[in-house]
Design a protein around this ligand. Sequence first.
Ligand code: BG6
Length: 472
Amino acid sequence: MGFPESFLWGGAVAANQCEGGSKEGGRGLANVDLCPAGERRKEVICGHGKSLCLEEGQFYPSMEAIDFYHHYKEDIRLFGEMGFRVFRLSIAWTRIFPKGDEEEPNEEGLAFYENIFKECKKYQIQPLVTISHFDCPMYLIEKYGGWRSRKMIDFYLKLCRVLFTRYRDYVVKWLTFNEINMILHAPFMGAGLCFSDGENEEQIKYQAAHHELVASALATRLAHEVNPENKIGCMFAAGSVYPFSCRPKDVWEALVTDQENYFFPDVQARGYYPSYARKRLKKAGVFPQMEPEDGEILRENTVDFISFSYYNSRCASASSQETAEGNLFQSVRNPYLEYSDWGWPIDPLGLRITLNQIYDRYQKPLFIVENGLGAVDEPKEDHAIADDYRIGYLREHIQAMKQAVEEDGVELMGYTVWAPIDLISAGTGEMKKRYGFIYVDKQEDGKGTLSRFRKKSFYWYQKVIATNGEEL
Ligand code: BG6
């Protein structure tokens, strides 16, 4: 019993939060480069504070991040030392196509990822590649308005074809879009959408979502054509929504909020717009333009597995209640839970509930590709960090996941912790919100040696993997 021998233990990062090297290797500028740290970040990532070029006086944390660009060998060696079986990473689109619409890809960018995959191979770590993790070339945003344009589908597929072909010998597991449902909550970061006053934002967001859903289905088809061994997953920000009380109106509110998120994997896993979405979009006056072939594209190219991030459950009420923070959006504060330093609820049982609900819904293999605790770490003089809070969080979540597998029969392929190494926070742009097993000496003001140090959790996770989840 316990986890299957093939269970994929590992960690997950995103290019824009770890690579840096933004001006190296012929890389172009992307939306994620232009999300400043500090007060302006929120409005920028939501598409309301136009940020089309690097501005004086702003700090852009992704430009250097933790400089994985130059440290990848050292970092992957540390992942190998922990015993990783999988490493989830994303491709910076603008390393491969700096503007997005070039005829030929940028060889330097392709070589960079090939070297990473070679390094992974040395330690028998298989890559799990997110094709787009909040990443869109600025040129395409300025010229076409990002994913509001259907033209994006072709540019994205071009990227996919290059990746599937070039990395055929290294990669067989792919995710098409990271947290695709974040297009509704962080539309600039998620899909390169900037809004002008008076625009119908819902219409634009769902139009962009439709384009991404079609692109995801076409990428799935292409991946299977290029290599029948390829397995493609969708990826959404999950976390079941609880009703604040058993009052039917609260239960209804929770159901509708859940459906807002499930809309995306519903389309990607089942192959059609669910009827609740068609009805509600129509009622809200939102009519994404679809081409006659779209229905067939979605129907015939559903994903092979369902992946998701889980940080917390959510809570909904029909009346106004105190709110709590969470992964990029707020929800009603659940009085039964504890909260992280950043005010996110901590709910390990919620992971078991979420796993069960998603598995019931799709009956396809699941993959938890993000789960972790953002916290402040305080290193001692010898750089030792006793991050028992992080170990505690992960232990309880792994325990819940184990119960879902062992006792509930959920089919789970693997678990990649966010993040194995400290990196830039997507939501806040902070460095001090640390998730890693590996500490990076880089501070909030951008200063630091960038040296890496193993935290206590490093050795703990190493043992978890070595015992296949038996010793927690
Ligand atoms: C998810 C993203 O939303 O949550 C990651 O896929 C992100 O990119 C992670 O880093 C944690 O959120 P944050 O805001 O703490 O970085």
